[in-house]
Design a protein around this ligand. Structure first.
Ligand code: ZN
Length: 239
């Protein structure tokens, strides 16, 4: 295991794309991992391939550090979601904004699979874009959960992983600012145009803040964050 190495949980969304760049800026060797758990996220899986390619093309320095990518098939998650358990429920959005196919503790499963891969690949830092600030209803994204999981994984695998959460305490506007700090306007544009956060996987509608349906909670959060970021950037330019 080399110290300056990382595995980034990369979904193809804004948050994990920013985390990927954060890691490339910090570590010598960076690999990515994604999870395939149903057709709903097909467009996101496409976005992650496009974003990696776009990033490598625009930023050769980071391209040299960007290593393997892998997508794990976690279709089994469908067997433990509400829909499959009850057999009669249609996919719908709950009041929390999450689809009813949501698997409790899903993020714990993702991080555990990621750590198993990191162990085999000799990667020390496991980077995830979870965040408590714009809290979206996932208790397994909380800082305490991540810290407890780091202890459990290190004990269970007799290892010294560090679970990194660069976005834990910042909001969506600050996530855009972080991208701006790391790669300037070209990176902000790449993230805006190349990532997909929409719960509906809508790639048809092009908005000021990127692609998405503009109506789901994820689009709403992304749109408001981008607007706040642009407004602040404009005010700074005037001052
Ligand atoms: Zn949407």
């Amino acid at each position: 295991m080399t110290d300056s190495s990382a595995l980034v949980l990369f979904s193809g969304g804004q948050d994990s794309a920013t985390c990927l760049v954060w890691a490339l800026n910090r570590f010598d060797r960076v690999e990515t991992i994604g999870f395939d758990y149903g057709q709903r996220h097909r467009a996101e899986l496409d976005a992650r391939i496009e974003f990696r390619a776009g990033l490598a093309k625009a930023f050769p320095g980071w391209a040299a550090r960007l290593g393997d990518d892998r997508v794990l098939n976690l279709a089994v998650l469908g067997e433990i979601s509400d829909t499959a358990l009850t057999r009669e429920v249609e996919i719908a959005t709950m009041s929390s904004g999450l689809p009813n196919t949501f698997v409790p503790g899903r993020n714990i499963l993702f991080l555990t699979f990621a750590a198993a891969v990191a162990y085999r690949r000799g990667l020390k830092h496991v980077v995830t874009g979870v965040c408590e600030t714009d809290f979206s209803g996932y208790p397994d994204c909380r800082d305490d959960t991540i810290k407890a999981l780091q202890v459990a994984l290190n004990l269970g695998m007799e290892s010294r992983f560090v679970l990194e959460t660069p976005l834990m305490w910042i909001n969506k506007a600050e996530t855009w600012s972080l991208a701006d700090k790391l790669g300037g306007a070209p990176l902000v544009e790449l993230i805006r145009d190349g990532t997909l956060t929409c719960y509906n996987g809508d790639v048809e509608h092009i908005n000021e803040w990127g692609r998405g349906c503009g109506e789901c909670p994820a689009c709403d959060l992304r749109a408001r964050g981008y607007e706040k970021f642009r407004t602040a950037a404009l005010e700074n330019a005037i001052a």
